[in-house]
Design a protein around this ligand. Structure first.
Ligand code: SAH
Ligand code: SF4
Ligand code: F3S
Length: 440
C-alpha cells in the first residue's frame, strides 16, 4: 500500500509555498497526500514563530499527536519551519514532545528526503538544523495545491531587523534567486495554465540589492510581466522604505500586474516607526500611497499593523487610526505586539499592559471592518472581470477576485476555476461581495 503524508502549515505565504516544496519531496519519495492525519504514515508540521500564539498553536497540535503516535509507532512525525530555527527551540521541542522523529530547519528544507531515510534506518531521532544560510537550492518539484494561483520565491531571508521581528533570525540573510531561474519557473507555470503568479520575498523591493543578480526588482518585474500568456502578476511583500517610482512605472507599463499593493505600515506614528527600526516616516509612506493613487485611481492597498508596541501612547495609536482612515485600505492584517526572544523590542522597558493592547486592537479591528464594509457597498452595480479561484461546496458558489483583489462569490460550476469571468456585482454583505455572470 502507498504510504501517505499529511502536512500542517502555519504562518505566512512563504510557509504555504514551502509546504508545497515539502509535498514535492514527499511525492518524489512515493508518498501520496491525505487530509486525515489518522491515515498518515508521516505528519509534517511546518511551523511559524512570528508571534507567541503561532507557537502555541503548533505546540497544541503537536502535543495532540501523542496518542496517535502510541497507537501507530511507525508513524513518523517531522517538525520544520521557522520555530526549529529559533535559538534553543529544538531542545524545548525535544523535552515537550519526545516522540518527534525528525526536526529540520528553514535553511535545510531540501534535506528532508534524506533525513526521512536516515530516520528509517536508525532508532535515534534525527535533528538537522543548518545555522547559516547556504547557496540557494533550486527546487523543480514543488507540488502545487492552489491552482490557478502559483507562488514563486524571488528571494529568501531578510536583512532589515525591524526591532520586533524574529524573521531575520530564523530565515538568515537576504539572498536573491537568479533572474533566469525565476523567469524559467514563471514561463513553466504559465504554460501549465496557472493564471495568477505571486512573486514572493520578505522585502521584494530589495531584490538583487547585493549586486548578485544584475537586476533590480523593477527590472525583474518588467521581465516577468513581459512573459507571453494570459496571466496576472502580483508581488509580496513591499517594504515602504524601498518601494519606489520605478516599480510603479513598470506597473503602469503592464496591465498584467494587478492594481493591488500590499504595503505594511505597522504604525502611523513616527516615534513608533523609529523605535521599530522601519526606516521610513509616516510622511514618506503617505507620499508613496499618493503616488500609487495618482497613477492608478482605483488601486487598492492592503497593509499590516501592529498595536501595543513598547512605548506606544494613546496619541501614537490615534495616529495609526488617522492614517488608516486617510489611506482607506482595502483590508488590513492587524496584530497585537508579541515580544520575541532575541529581538531588540523584547528588551525594551516600556512594554504595554495587555488590557491596553486589547482595547486598541478591538478599536482598530472595528475601524478597519467599518471601512471595508463601506468600500464594499460602493462596488454594487459595477461590472468587473474576475479570475475564478475556488469553489465553496457549502455555499455552492464559486469565488474569484478582480485585478484589485476584490473578492466576489457567484453561481457557477466548479469547472470555472482558472477562467476569467465577467460579473455584475449584485450585493455586498459585510466584506463579501456577490455577483452574477454577464454574457460577453
Ligand atoms: N516581511 C514582511 C512581513 C513579515 S511578518 C514585512 O516586512 O512587512 C508579517 C507581519 O507580522 C508583519 O508585517 C508584522 O505586522 C507582523 N509581526 C511581525 N513580528 C511581530 C511581532 N513580534 N508581534 C506582532 N506582530 C508581528
Ligand atoms: Fe520582519 Fe521587518 Fe524583515 Fe519584514 S522587513 S520580515 S517585518 S524584519
Ligand atoms: Fe513566515 Fe512565520 Fe516564518 S510569518 S517567515 S512562517 S516566522
Amino acid at each position: 500500500m502507498q504510504q501517505k503524508y499529511h502536512i500542517v502549515t502555519y504562518g505566512c505565504q512563504m510557509n504555504v509555498h514551502e509546504s508545497e516544496k515539502i509535498a514535492g519531496i514527499l511525492q518524489e519519495m512515493g508518498y501520496v497526500s491525505t487530509d486525515q492525519k489518522e491515515d498518515a504514515d508521516i505528519i509534517v508540521f511546518n511551523t511559524c514563530c512570528i508571534r507567541e500564539n503561532a507557537e502555541n498553536h503548533a505546540f497544541g497540535n503537536i502535543g495532540a499527536l501523542k496518542k496517535l503516535k502510541r497507537e501507530k509507532p511507525n508513524l513518523l512525525i517531522a517538525v520544520g519551519g521557522c520555530m526549529t530555527q529559533e535559538k534553543g527551540k529544538t531542545d524545548v521541542l525535544k523535552k515537550k514532545f519526545p516522540f518527534i522523529d525528525i526536526m529540520f530547519g528553514t535553511l535545510n528544507l531540501e534535506q528532508l528526503g534524506e533525513l526521512i531515510l536516515r530516520k528509517k534506518s536508525q532508532k535515534k531521532k534525527v535533528i538537522e538544523i543548518r545555522e547559516k544560510e547556504g547557496e540557494i537550492v533550486e527546487f523543480t518539484n514543488a507540488y502545487r495545491t492552489s491552482y490557478p494561483n502559483a507562488w514563486v520565491n524571488i528571494m529568501y531571508g531578510c536583512n532589515n531587523f525591524c526591532s520586533y521581528c524574529i524573521v531575520p533570525y530564523v530565515r538568515g540573510r537576504e539572498r536573491s534567486r537568479k533572474p533566469e531561474h525565476i523567469i524559467a519557473e514563471v514561463k513553466g507555470l504559465v504554460e501549465a495554465g496557472y493564471k495568477e503568479i505571486t512573486l514572493l520575498g520578505q522585502n521584494v523591493n530589495s531584490y538583487g540589492s547585493d549586486g548578485s543578480t544584475g537586476m533590480t526588482f523593477a527590472q525583474l518585474l518588467d521581465a516577468v510581466a513581459s512573459i507571453e500568456g494570459n496571466f496576472r502578476l502580483r508581488f509580496m511583500t513591499s517594504h515602504p522604505k524601498d518601494f519606489n517610482k520605478d516599480v510603479v512605472d513598470v506597473m503602469e507599463k503592464h496591465r498584467k500586474i494587478m492594481r493591488l499593493v500590499h504595503l505594511p505600515v505597522q504604525s502611523g506614528s513616527n516615534t513608533i516607526l523609529k523605535a521599530m527600526n522601519r526606516r521610513y516616516t509616516r510622511e514618506k509612506y503617505l507620499e508613496e500611497i499618493q503616488m500609487l493613487k495618482e497613477r492608478f485611481p482605483e488601486v487598492e492597498v492592503t497593509t499590516d499593523i501592529i498595536v501595543g508596541f513598547p512605548g506606544e501612547t494613546e496619541e501614537d495609536y490615534l495616529q495609526t487610526e488617522a492614517l488608516v482612515k486617510e489611506v482607506d485600505y482595502a483590508s488590513a492584517f492587524t496584530f497585537v505586539y508579541s515580544p520575541r526572544q532575541g529581538t531588540k523590542a523584547a528588551e525594551m522597558e516600556n512594554q504595554i499592559p495587555e488590557d491596553v493592547q486589547k482595547d486598541r486592537i478591538m478599536r482598530l479591528v472595528e475601524l478597519v471592518n467599518s471601512l471595508t464594509r463601506q468600500k464594499s457597498e460602493k462596488y454594487v452595480g459595477k461590472t468587473i472581470e474576475i479570475l475564478c479561484e475556488d469553489y465553496d461546496e457549502k455555499k455552492d458558489l464559486c469565488m474569484g477576485r478582480d485585478e484589485f483583489g476584490r473578492m466576489v462569490y457567484f453561481k457557477s460550476a466548479k469547472e470555472s476555476i482558472g477562467q476569467f469571468v465577467k460579473l455584475k456585482i449584485t450585493r455586498a454583505n459585510g466584506i463579501s461581495l456577490y455577483g452574477e455572470r454577464v454574457e460577453e
